[in-house]
Design a protein around this ligand. Sequence first.
Ligand SMILES: NC(=O)c1ccc[n+]([C@@H]2O[C@H](COP(=O)([O-])OP(=O)(O)OC[C@H]3O[C@@H](n4cnc5c(N)ncnc54)[C@H](OP(=O)(O)O)[C@@H]3O)[C@@H](O)[C@H]2O)c1
Length: 316
Amino acid sequence: MIPGPRPRVLIVGGGNGLVGRALIAALRSDYQIRTAHRRADPWESARGVEWVPTDVARTVDWIPRLEGVHAIVNLAWYRHARAKAFQDLEAGLERLLEAAARARVARFVQISVPSAPEELEARLPYLRYKRRFSRALATGGVPYTVLRPSALFGPGDRLLGVMMRLIRRYPIFPMFGDGSYRLSPLSARDLARIIRASLAPGPDVIRDLGGPRCYRYQELTDLMFRIAGKRARYWRMSPASGQDLASLLQFFGSSLLYRYELDWLLSDRLGLPSAEDLAPRMDRVEPYLRWVGGRPPTPLPKPWVPRSAERPMAER
Ligand SMILES: NC(=O)c1ccc[n+]([C@@H]2O[C@H](COP(=O)([O-])OP(=O)(O)OC[C@H]3O[C@@H](n4cnc5c(N)ncnc54)[C@H](OP(=O)(O)O)[C@@H]3O)[C@@H](O)[C@H]2O)c1
């Protein structure tokens, strides 16, 4: 418990996001929390969070939103969108950064992503604009931390939880290539602990974050089959066929797996070293997979229809 009046943190993004949910839970005992995002979230308001409706991509008056704010954490990004949507969001974040420097905000914590293959870094608006904002932070006049986690897991995630549910539901699961590429999943709860620690004063930091254990992809899917009580059976396809499948899903508006996500996974860059030094006794993925596997079946992301929150053209 921090003594004295609780400092105020502005979370850009909020309780309706995977990380936002975990972060609010991690901060609420010691911080006053204000969130700035687009959609109301009853879970958030039930926890005393002050929500200020905000679309960062539009012109926003940041001055009142920054009143009394000690630190900012930015979670807002799109999983898939048109280039213009990323450009507008990044420009909005730069306006926020300028206002934060004027308001003498003590720290800006930006949640980013690990390195991707050069071709994706150069071509993909998702990455180009993320990197542009990280460069803006470096000269923005506010002390900063950039955290670059590997794939995250936790209730509502869009990778491991979805894979576990698919494996439980269907007898066979696609395997792209030999499945030897690595992944070190990190729980959203551990990322929230690390963000919380990053709010303390200190030097500017850029840090990649992996979970407690690095897996080969097929090790993870084998584990999921075991947890589901099934023999592992795969629909094996070459990486190129997997990429065609992901492109096809994307073309028909599915948010199940985007082509760039598969390219990134196949590039074997997501087996990041463990961040256990920052968050001792990290969550392991097995209990989470057992929890997902034991829950009543819930609807999977619709294979052919974009999520309503992801319009236009599946923003996120
Ligand atoms: N999930 C992962 O595996 C993973 C891995 C590495 C890094 N990351 C990064 O971690 C961050 C959080 O990820 P997440 O999975 O928690 O994302 P998420 O579940 O998609 O949540 C994103 C949050 O941003 C808000 N948001 C989106 N667009 C906005 C806009 N224009 N203006 C204001 N708020 C906006 C959303 O709220 P509203 O919809 O209400 O606006 C939501 O609260 C992202 O930057 C992501 O790139 C995620």
